[in-house]
Design a protein around this ligand. Structure first.
Ligand code: NDP
Length: 288
């Protein structure tokens, strides 16, 4: 006795979403620009719509999972959105999320923007840790919570439709920095015949895991405005450590280009007289 919904977009992520809803017993209407991709799902009970407009007409709840924001506008161009609950699981920027919310409101639809924090195999598998940031209409989420919780745990982060995209991108940006560090670490060891990357990996993972809680200290500094409280590793010490890191890169004959942007900013903050702080002050250096 589960409710029906429409899904537009059957790429890698859309197909994983569709499979999760079908497995959970939801009545699903699907549409994909290239029709062939929907056929495999028909065998599993999905209804295939001939056009995006027809798919939208089939259900109140309409989910889009397309390549980018422009493709959402294109796909929904001729559809009647009056009275619809539109959930956009297409990755975009905060600005695109807000503009899409205004666009949906003009067309008489409630709107929720989503940022999927998972890769397709994690969808529909609660133990994977997958979740989806949502922002925009909380009422929409509350009304369709059972359905929207099927692919991954919903996390509502605000009525501002831009917040899901903003937090999604913040997580991806943090991950980018983390993997820049991982890449540099492997490069340091790359020419050493007696150090195996596979044997080193568990040590690296354990170290990164232990260090992630440092994030709470930065958050506390930013919220309190006191960038020095409970500092165990101060900036003056860290900048000394950076010199050792850079010199080691030199000795190993590898480029330090992945780490110098951060070390340079730390030096600037130190030069401004903040040697007793942690690294929270670097956040302020980035505000343009
Ligand atoms: P794919 O490239 O596998 O699929 C893209 C989908 O968009 C296809 O269904 C494609 O249709 C459709 N599409 C592209 N352009 C248009 C258009 N102009 N009009 C209509 N449909 C169009 O991407 P994914 O499924 O992997 O990703 C979909 C969204 O999910 C993206 O925003 C992505 O960032 C997000 N996401 C993906 C993750 C992943 O790991 N895959 C992780 C988290 C988020 P067609 O078949 O006709 O080409």
């Amino acid at each position: 006795n589960t409710s029906g919904l429409t899904l537009l977009g059957l790429g890698a992520m859309g197909t994983a979403l569709a499979q999760a809803w079908l497995t959970a017993g939801h009545r699903l209407t699907v549409w994909n620009r290239t029709p062939g991709r929907a056929e495999a799902l028909a065998g599993r009970g999905a209804r295939i719509a001939g056009s995006a407009a027809e798919a939208v007409a089939a259900n109140r709840l309409v989910v889009t999972c397309l390549l980018d924001d422009a493709s959402v506008g294109e796909a929904l161009d001729g559809a009647d959105l009056t009275g619809k609950d539109l959930v956009n699981l297409t990755t975009g920027t905060p600005g695109q999320g807000r503009a899409r919310a205004a666009w949906a409101a003009e067309r008489g639809a409630r709107f929720l923007d989503g940022g999927v924090m998972a890769v397709p195999p994690m969808i529909g598998a609660p133990e994977s840790g997958a979740f989806i940031f949502y922002s925009g209409s909380r009422d929409l989420l509350d009304e369709h919570r059972d359905t929207l919780a099927v692919p991954a745990r919903p996390v509502h982060v605000g009525e501002d439709a831009g917040y899901a995209a903003l937090q999604d991108v913040a997580l991806l940006s943090a991950m980018t920095g983390m993997f820049a560090g991982v890449t540099h670490a492997f490069a340091l060891l790359r020419r050493e015949k007696d150090i195996s990357p596979k044997e080193f990996a568990p040590t690296l993972v354990a170290w990164l895991t232990a260090m992630t809680s440092y994030t709470y200290g930065i958050a506390d500094h930013l919220e309190s405005g006191d960038y020095t409280r409970n500092v165990t590793s101060n900036l003056a010490m860290m900048v000394e450590g950076n010199a050792t890191m850079l010199r080691t890169a030199e000795e190993q004959g590898i480029s330090a280009e992945l780490i110098t942007p951060f070390t340079t900013l730390m030096e600037r903050r130190l030069a401004d007289g903040h040697g007793d702080e942690g690294t929270a002050g670097v956040v302020d250096l980035l505000l343009r």
